[in-house]
Design a protein around this ligand. Sequence first.
Ligand code: ADP
Length: 593
Amino acid sequence: MKKRSVLSWVAEFAGRRKGYYGGSITLAIAGVTASFIPYLLIADIVANLINGNSDPQYYIRQMILIAVAWVVRILMHNLSTTLSHIATFNVLGSIREDLCAKLSKIPLGSVLDDNSGSYKNIIVERVDSMETTLAHIIPEFTANLLLPVVMFIYIMTLDWRVGLANFISVIVGVICASVMLVKSQGEFGYTVKKTKYLNDTAVEYINGIEVIKAFGKTGSSYEKFVNAAREGADCFIRWMRKCIWWQSGTMCFTPATFLGVLPVGLLLVKNGSLPADEFITCIILSAGLITPLITAFSYSDDISKMKTIFGEVTEILERKEMIRPSEVTEEPVGSDIVLKDVHFTYKDKEILHGINMEIKQGEVTAMVGPSGTGKSTVARLIDSLWDVDSGTITYGGVDITKLPLDYYMGKIAYVAQDNYLFDMTVKENIRLGKPGATDEEVVGAAMATGCHEFILGLENGYDTEVGGAGGHLSGGERQRICIARAMLKDAPVVIMDEATAYTDPENEALVQESVAKLVQGRTLIVIAHRLSTIKDADKIFVINDGNVEAEGTHDELLSNCELYKKMWEAHSIVKDEAEDKTNDASGKETVYA
Ligand code: ADP
């Protein structure tokens, strides 16, 4: 897909409130015109003074006109910026809505891959930083460049030589500004990168403070944060060092039009080719070139940053979406899941090299294999977190890419070790399994998974706030609420990432009871780490190095798959040792069958 230019994005965003921006630019131009008038009036007053006009009426009238023009200028300017700000805050709101909507359309897996702090950064801070461009540059930059153009044309009609003399200092200023822009381009991108890194490190440091303290990593983690802060400050200083002289040159020379106008004008007056009153008008108008040019130049910095400022936001908006229909056109028959020659690549590395699997409705299907061989990836592809690169996955005989995402999501419940709880009540967290479910249904799901008792024992029962990411609950409690949520979802297929041992030993048996209740009568796909839990499974797939190495029942695999046999032996030894050590009833396992 061809990348869109920044300007086309600016045009699209501004186009969302083009009436307001159009009005804002029109008012800004009216303001500029009003600010041009006093210069002409002052020039006229000076000419009249030189010519000996002593009529007080004339001077009073001119003063009143100057005051009116000035008030009109301020009024127009304020109205213009009010309009552009109203438009901009509306546009920024809609950009944020677009970003959030986009996140739900791009592969969820790639969203989960990124640091959540960086999304917060882009959606909040980066979008905020677009405000200057949209609210100020569009109306004010346009208007402030127009005023000098109008003045310059007027000076040229008086005397073209004095007109051109204005350029002497402007040319020097523009050269300085160009050098400054070139130098700041790379530097700005770098400082943004470093500031973003600092932000991410700070978020990581704060989020992980518990783990950092528990593992005595306070020193090294704090050092990482301090280094990030130092690098962040250093790159700003380096950037400023590179630019400061050129920036000063720009600020000094650009407005100093007198540097050219005074000597050239004096020479012309002296040799009689320019009348003195016209020379004075030229001087006054030249002075009027200063203010708007300075304002316009003050935006040059933002213009050079535009690509970086818009870059991260538009990069998300340009990401490839998962293409899914909005309605079911072909109804799946049953809930068999079939993977045919599935290939999948993370970034540049192919992880799955042609997976074929048949997962039958109502059966227990297990995936086993060494760590890092692609089991979770297969599960995530079945859960539609990513699209396959080639091959197909069908559900009830229909390619899952031909099913609406929310329809298909309703068919699969994914229970992982780290399922997320939102910072709201237990009840609302369970209800997420089926938005709109009644309180009775929520309680029913909790009862069915054996969670009801423990929830009633919490401070406020079902109305207990669980804290950010479920921080007020123990690991086992969080896990059980997630299982109740999956139960409420009532999906025909459950994917269980059994992961390693549960984090919470005293809750382990309870968690497993809930799991056993959840998976009853459903199609279960389990990524098993403890082989004894799946030895009665209907089918076991041995995944190795992104391929299905073997498939069959436990007994079949023991006799025909060397890898499975080795894993079983290793597991049996570890299990026996663990049982000898604990001899504890909570060590019992759920056997999926
Ligand atoms: P398993 O579940 O068998 O342990 P995974 O499916 O999690 O294996 O991972 C298979 C391979 O893909 C590993 O090499 C892992 O490093 C890589 N991988 C997993 N997730 C990602 C990701 N989000 N981005 C890049 N590589 C990944």
